[in-house]
Design a protein around this ligand. Structure first.
Ligand code: NAD
Ligand code: ZN
Length: 250
């Protein structure tokens, strides 16, 4: 099937769907200035050592990794990013009453900033806007810890118990929030269309939700610049830039 045919087919699938579930990844936010990990300009593509900052064992085991990670948090592009045309297109779909749930692997809150109902966004991998203590689970606004880093604490410990603080995101080696994952599983199996946008679908269990949706009878549309392991499940695969593809679908 050629690209134009796939686009028409995907448009029809979206138009006919009454209950859409979206699965989004870092690729939907690259146009907002937040690089992905594995795309051509991805953080890890350019600097494989940066992967350590997303690894729980490396983070817990090394003060140097933590200090480097706090410096990276200070200048994260997510602090000033604004949603792009792709996020806005999904919000339009939600307001039509057809996009019921957005399962996102992103930590940048750009779906909510674009106007998505926070109740309908499942942040599978947590959020960069809060910190969590790895010892006592105390959660706070990330701005508090960043203020301490700026004031001269290179690796600020938990203010309640002195434990190691981390952003409230899911690192490799860390379990997902069981409740969020369960809600995502139920959502994935409830839709008649699973719309994937900007994910390499290589991180589990997130990627497996697409297979779960397909297994429950949902049609799958994959919108991603590069190949994913789930393309063969898909009724249509769109490789164009999401800032054009999603508005064209909605
Ligand atoms: P990924 O980096 O593995 O894959 C992103 C995919 O998006 C790539 O396959 C790339 O080809 C595609 N892509 C990039 N820009 C695109 C565009 N404009 N149009 C179409 N396709 C585009 O990301 P992932 O699957 O989300 O997994 C990475 C992990 O990294 C996730 O766990 C997530 O938590 C985390 N992460 C989040 C952010 C964020 O919150 N914005 C950014 C980087 C990483
Ligand atoms: Zn603590």
């Amino acid at each position: 099937m050629d690209a134009a045919e796939d686009l028409n087919r995907a448009r029809d699938l979206v138009a006919d769907a009454g209950h859409i579930v979206a699965m989004t990844g870092a690729g939907i936010s690259t146009d907002s200035g937040i690089p992905d990990f594995r795309g051509p300009n991805g953080l890890w593509t350019r600097d494989p050592a940066a992967e350590r900052m997303s690894n729980l064992r490396a983070y817990v085991g090394s003060k140097e990794v933590r200090e480097q990670t706090w410096q990276a948090r200070l200048v994260h592009p997510g602090w000033s990013a604004v949603p792009n045309a792709a996020h806005h297109a999904l919000v339009r779909l939600e307001r039509q009453g057809r996009l019921r749930t957005t399962i996102t692997q992103n930590i940048d809150r750009l779906h909510q900033q674009a106007g998505a109902d926070p109740e309908r966004v499942l942040e599978l991998h947590g959020t960069m806007f809060e910190t969590v203590c790895l010892d006592c689970a105390d959660r706070r606004d990330m701005r508090e810890a960043l203020g301490r880093v700026r004031a001269g604490e290179p690796d600020p410990p938990c203010a309640s118990c002195g434990g190691i603080l981390k952003s409230a995101t899911i690192s490799f080696g860390q379990q997902l929030d069981a409740q969020v994952l369960e809600r995502a599983r139920i959502a994935a199996q409830s839709g008649d269309l699973m719309l994937v946008a900007g994910s390499s679908l290589t991180v589990q269990p997130a990627a497996g939700l697409v297979g779960l949706a397909a297994g429950a009878g949902a049609r799958v549309v994959v919108c991603n610049a590069t190949e994913t392991p789930y393309d063969s499940f898909a009724a249509a695969v769109l490789r164009g830039p999401l800032g054009e593809v999603l508005p064209a679908l909605v």
